[in-house]
Write a protein that binds this ligand. Sequence first.
Ligand code: MRU
Length: 368
Amino acid sequence: MSRSNGRELLPRELLSGSSFSAVELSDDNSRVILLEQRELPSEERYVGFSDADAVARAITDMVVRGAPAIGITAAYGLVLAAKGCTGNFPEEMKRASRVLAASRPTAVNLFWAIERMNRVALDVASLAPTSRVERLAEEARAIHREDVAACRRMGELGAQRVPDGATLLTHCNAGALATGGYGTALGVVRAAHEQGKRVRVLADETRPYWQGSRLTAWELHRDGIPVEVICDNAAASFFARGEIDVAVVGADRIARNGDVANKIGTYGVACLARAHERAMFVAAPWSTVDLDTASGADIPIEERSRGEISEAGGRALVAPDIGVRNPAFDVTPARLVTAIFTERGVVDPVDAAGLEALRPRAGGSARG
Ligand code: MRU
């Protein structure tokens, strides 16, 4: 019997603005629908989740991943918590928030989205249950829409710095699959492509989880943007041969001094870009900027399971009695980053003053 691809679960209009979406909320606010990213590129299948605990597990287990996408997913998870609430609303929302916040530690977008939803939960606590759910769903969808708009804006700004004919190196997946839609680093690529520039992408496969080969290549190819996958340790020789003009990546958290936490291996890409006098660009929404964290040394780095490294395709790659280290992220110091593209503007040079200048003033809706 053939398995359903789950598309029937999706809402009438995808907020991603594309024919696929990492995350959506069902029209009746009863389910979070995720594109099962662990099955890409072999299968495009959507899965529905109907409570916040299951949504948190899906984030931990990488059904959905990428900093902005997990923030949006958590916001939708809190809509489910409100919908399923049978007892004390503030207590149940607090519990669900704790569970969602414990799903992954590095991407600050997760905590940013939970805090924003909690402010609304506080406001609506005295309303009837259906009104609470509607108001929270409205806020979560606003977070989603704003993320797509932010990606488009930073893409436009970033594309101005991409020369016609450029080959861009990217690491991990900072695309539509990692965001509400359009992508951050891949938003820059998409915008350059839409502006008529001839661009092509070299995608690091991104060990150990293969976000580059499985996800980045899948979504760029789908949009007709030329892409080739390279193994991570080939990047140095492509730089040396002069085949890479620009490196562009996303971020999980940007500290006050401009240090950037992103997928493990990003720091190596930045070192290579500097050694070969190429630009190292970071694209991220303001929800990734954490002005409360002083520097990269203060960013919590997730350590993931041994199995992601010690086996692949059901085959052992490391003998069972040998240790494995699997930090999921690293920190690129601000001095190695040429510019950061955000929807609020470009930070160049990358330093505390540059980020501070873009901080939203009181009354704005973005993180301050
Ligand atoms: O472990 P992942 O796949 O969630 O890591 C994702 C990344 O490191 C992305 O580059 C980052 O979240 C930016 S996504 C726009």
